[in-house]
Design a protein around this ligand. Structure first.
Ligand code: SF4
Length: 271
């Protein structure tokens, strides 16, 4: 669908295309935001560690109880392991995660005065924290631009031919060269939003995709608009128009609307 066949596109053309995709996704998802619930850097750090190998929805289910019991690093550093494991069990790999959380909290208390440090180099010294987690925390809790390469971001970056690498650090670097630094954090949210809702790993909904025109991989999924629309998820799913309207009308409150609709879904109600 792109004007330039794969492999012949100049760096300048790729930059222009990446910035166009970022702009169009920004207009389509003005409400894009981190989908993990948090109130401060510590909560985001812990929630991101817990999100490994599970969904944000599952993490959001258990963090209210977790932070009621352990409001900060000092309390978590002193946690009784079996009790902590019990609370975080639904997120999977709970034994390893519980150990990491206690170790991470202990290091925050002993080396950083109980505060979350605001640099990648310091964050990656914490147990269970890699570059992806560090960038999530920097971008969303400290406002320091970062590209978060999770499974969705990596898949879409390759489909967009922004990179051919499977290595998250290379993806981060190569995409960082295409898009202005100030846009890195929001680009990450927009691309992940698009991956979760439209450009799925197995069945991308190409026929209902707002960036199809600039995507070299158009056609790898369903191209019929009506059939593709049925593949959309969350607020774009058929029947969820009211939720999308609420997001658009109250872009700045989208996280709160999402939390309420998530709780309603979990309680078996219609959001
Ligand atoms: S849904 Fe299709 S057209 Fe859209 S980004 Fe994914 S692969 Fe490209």
């Amino acid at each position: 669908m792109t004007e330039n066949p794969a492999g012949t596109e100049s760096l300048l053309a790729r930059k222009r295309r990446a910035r166009k995709i970022n702009k169009v996704l920004g207009e389509f998802y003005p409400y894009a935001h981190p989908e993990l619930d948090f109130r401060n850097p510590f909560e985001l750090l812990v929630a991101t560690v817990l999100s490994a190998q599970t969904t944000d929805v599952r993490v959001n289910q258990i963090t209210p109880a977790l932070f009621a019991r352990y409001p900060g690093p000092a309390e978590m550093a002193r946690a009784d392991l079996p009790e902590l494991e019990d609370i975080i069990q639904p997120t999977g790999f709970f034994r390893a995660k519980a150990k990491n959380l206690v170790s991470l909290a202990t290091r925050l208390v002993q080396h950083y005065g109980g505060e979350v440090p605001a640099s990648v180099d310091e964050l990656v010294t914490l147990a269970g924290v890699g570059r992806k987690t560090a960038n999530v925390v920097l971008g969303n809790a400290f406002g320091i631009p970062g590209i978060t390469v999770d499974t969705h971001f990596g898949r879409l970056a390759r489909r967009f031919e922004w990179t051919s690498s499977e290595d998250p650090e290379v993806v981060e670097r190569e995409v960082g060269e295409l898009v202005e630094r100030k846009d890195w954090t929001m680009l990450s949210h927009r691309v992940v939003f698009h991956g979760r809702r439209v450009c799925h790993s197995r069945k991308p909904a190409c026929g209902a995709c707002v960036v199809a025109q600039w995507c070299p991989s158009f056609g790898m999924g369903e191209t019929d608009p009506a059939k593709a629309a049925k593949l959309l998820k969350y607020e774009l799913a058929p029947g969820q128009e009211a939720l999308r309207e609420a997001y658009l009308a109250q872009t700045e409150n989208a996280a709160a609307i999402r939390m309420a609709s998530q709780r309603a879904l979990l309680a078996g109600e219609t959001p």
